[in-house]
Design a protein around this ligand. Sequence first.
Ligand SMILES: [Zn+2]
Ligand SMILES: [Zn+2]
Length: 166
Amino acid sequence: MQFDIRSYFKNGKTPYTAQFSEDFSKEDFDGSRVTDPVVCSFEATPDTDGVAMQLHVQAAADAECARCLAPVRETYDFTVDYFVRERDLQDPDFELPMDEKGCLDLRELAYQELIFKIPKVLLCSPDCQGLCPICGKRKAAGCTCRPADDAAPADARLSILKQLLS
Ligand SMILES: [Zn+2]
Ligand SMILES: [Zn+2]
């Protein structure tokens, strides 16, 4: 999906809206996968000194818990606002993805916003205990292993107690 922002600056008198969905199933999201189509809507509105734009993105991303490897699905539903002045199009540091003809690449924009939102490290729950180092099962699944006597106790208070007793 493209938006010709250069000609919109010249001819855009009324708000422009577009609904589209993009397939990001082959894109890399730093370990997460976005297999379902990403539903987007875009709106541009002419203003006295520029163009106000709004991009709305709805997506679901699948990943694995960084501690226990359980599947984690996160959904995202967010809106990003932009304001572009005509002189920004000439700016070599203009941060929105635009080609030499002055068309914004809305697919690329949605991708950039989404990858920014998806955390690099996901957990199935904030207090996930991870995998047992002895049996390899998820601790949350009810592993009853106890560390061997020579292993350092996980709790520092137990460690002090052990020192006092010996
Ligand atoms: Zn976990
Ligand atoms: Zn265990």
